[in-house]
Design a protein around this ligand. Structure first.
Ligand SMILES: *Cc1c(COP(=O)(O)O)cnc(C)c1O
Length: 401
C-alpha cells in the first residue's frame, strides 16, 4: 500500500493549524511523570510541564483514576446546577486562601478577566454606584496576564498588544518592586492593584516580600483591591500553596489556573469574603467553568500535593537544585548572567539569545521554556525526583560547555 496520502503531523500543522506559535519541531506522543516521548520514541526530561500545568507530571495514577472515574460518571452539567466536586474544590481552595468564595473558569486569562470585572464592581461601589469613574487598575511593567482583551490590556508588551488596538482603557503601569512608583499612580479613580506575585513570562522576576507588604498597606489606605495573578506561581510551585504566602500577606483576590487542573484546562478566581458579595446572580458566568470532570482533576491535584507532602518536598529539593544552577552560572559567567526564582519556577538568564540554548537542550533530551530577557525557564513537576533535578543540571552544563 502506498503511504503517499498519509500526511505527517508536521504537514498537517503546516497546512491547517493557525500560525500563531513558534513551535519546537517535535511531536509529543506520550508521558509518564517528568518524562515525555516524541512520536519517534525519543525520551525527554520534561521541565516545561506544559508551561507549569502538569503539576504532578504526566499521568499520575491518582489523577488518572480520578478523571477516568468521573468521566464515566458525569462530565458536564453547566452552572445551571450544583455539582459536588465544584463545592468541594471551592472549599479546599478557600482553605488555603482564607474566608472567601471561588469562581471557576477555564484558563488563566479568564481568571484574570474575572479579577478585572471584580475591580470594576469594587470601583463602582467606591464611587457611590457611579459606573466607569473609579476604574483604574495599576499593573506592573513587564507583566503578563493573558491574551483576552482584559488580560492583554494589562500586559504592556508591544509583541503581545501590537495589531489589536483599541485596548481596554484604564490600565496604568508602575515599576515592579518600587512601592513609590505604584503609590505615585494612585488617584481617586483607582480601583485596584493587579500584579503577578512572581512574573513568569517576563523572565522570572519576583515581588520582594516587603514590596508586597507595602502594596497591602497602600491598598488598605486607599480602599483598593490587591489582586494577585498566581496563574503560574501558585498551586505549590514555590513551596507554598500560594506564592504570596512567603510575604505573610493576604490579597483581596487571586487568579489561578495552570497547575490547578494538573493538565485539565481550568482556572479560578478566589475573592475575599466582603468583596465576594459584589457578584450576584447574572453578573458573571462561564458555560464550562467548574465542571464535575475539571473539578475532579483539581481535587486529585490537591490530594496528591497534600498526601505526598509536595509543598515541603518542593522547598527541600529546590534549594540544592537552584544552588547547583547558580554554581553552574558562576562557572560560566560569560554565558550565564543570572539565576532567579524560587521552588520550581526558575529562570536562568543567558548573556545572549536563549533560543539556541533551548534548542540544544532539546537535542540533549531536556525540554525547557523560553521567557523574556534571554531567560531559560525551568518548570519541573512538583513531584520531580532528586535524580531528575540533578540530570537537568548535568544536561544544562553540557549545553553551555
Ligand atoms: C499563563 C499565564 C496567564 C494566561 O493563562 P492562559 O491559561 O494561557 O490564559 C496569565 N497570567 C500568568 C501569570 C500566566 O503565567
Amino acid at each position: 500500500m502506498s503511504t503517499s496520502n498519509v500526511r505527517t503531523t508536521a504537514d498537517l500543522y503546516d497546512t491547517y493549524v493557525l500560525k500563531n506559535y513558534g513551535r519546537a519541531p517535535i511531536t509529543l506522543a506520550r508521558g509518564r511523570g517528568a518524562q515525555v516521548w516524541d512520536d519517534e520514541g525519543r525520551a525527554y526530561l520534561d521541565f516545561t510541564t506544559g508551561i507549569a500545568v502538569n503539576a504532578l507530571g504526566h499521568c499520575h495514577p491518582h489523577w488518572v483514576a480520578a478523571v477516568q472515574r468521573q468521566a464515566a460518571e458525569l462530565i458536564h452539567t453547566s452552572n445551571l446546577f450544583r455539582n459536588a466536586n465544584q463545592g468541594e474544590l471551592a472549599r479546599r481552595l478557600a482553605g488555603y486562601a482564607g474566608p472567601g468564595r471561588v469562581f471557576f473558569c477555564n484558563s488563566g486569562t479568564e481568571a484574570n478577566e474575572a479579577l478585572i470585572k471584580l475591580s470594576r464592581l469594587h470601583g463602582a461601589k467606591k464611587a457611590g454606584g457611579a459606573e466607569g469613574k473609579c476604574h483604574k487598575i495599576i499593573c506592573a511593567k513587564n507583566a503578563f496576564h493573558g491574551r483576552t482583551f482584559g488580560g492583554m490590556s494589562a500586559t504592556p508588551q508591544q509583541k503581545i498588544q501590537k495589531g489589536f488596538a483599541p485596548l481596554v482603557p484604564g490600565f496604568v503601569f508602575a515599576e515592579l518592586n518600587n512601592l513609590q512608583s505604584f503609590a505615585d499612580l494612585v488617584d481617586e479613580n483607582t480601583a485596584a492593584i493587579f500584579i503577578e506575585t512572581i512574573q513568569g513570562e517576563s523572565g522570572v522576576h519576583a515581588c520582594a516580600p516587603e514590596f508586597l507588604r507595602g502594596l497591602r498597606e497602600l491598598c488598605d489606605k486607599h480602599n483598593l483591591l490587591l489582586m494577585l495573578d498566581e496563574v503560574q506561581c501558585g498551586l505549590g510551585r514555590t513551596g507554598k500553596f500560594y506564592a504570596y504566602e512567603h510575604a505573610g500577606i493576604r490579597p483581596d483576590a487571586i487568579g489561578m489556573a495552570k497547575g490547578l487542573g494538573g493538565g485539565m484546562p481550568m482556572g479560578a478566581m478566589w475573592v475575599a469574603e466582603p468583596h465576594a458579595e459584589l457578584f450576584h446572580a447574572g453578573s458573571h458566568g462561564s458555560t464550562f467553568g467548574g465542571t464535575p470532570l475539571a473539578c475532579a482533576a483539581g481535587l486529585a491535584v490537591l490530594d496528591v500535593i497534600e498526601k505526598e507532602n509536595l509543598l515541603e518536598k518542593v522547598t527541600l529539593q529546590s534549594a540544592p537544585w537552584i544552588a547547583s544552577l547558580k554554581k553552574l552560572a558562576a562557572d560560566f559567567p560569560q554565558k550565564i548572567s543570572e539565576v532567579r526564582g524560587q521552588g520550581y519556577l526558575v529562570g536562568v538568564q543567558m548573556a545572549s539569545d536563549s533560543a539556541p540554548v533551548i534548542a540544544k537542550l532539546r537535542e540533549l533530551g531536556l525540554l525547557v521554556v523560553g521567557a523574556g530577557n534571554n531567560t531559560v525557564r525551568f518548570l519541573p513537576p512538583l513531584n520531580v525526583s532528586e535524580e531528575e533535578l540533578a540530570k537537568s543540571v548535568e544536561i544544562f552544563r553540557s549545553a553551555v560547555e
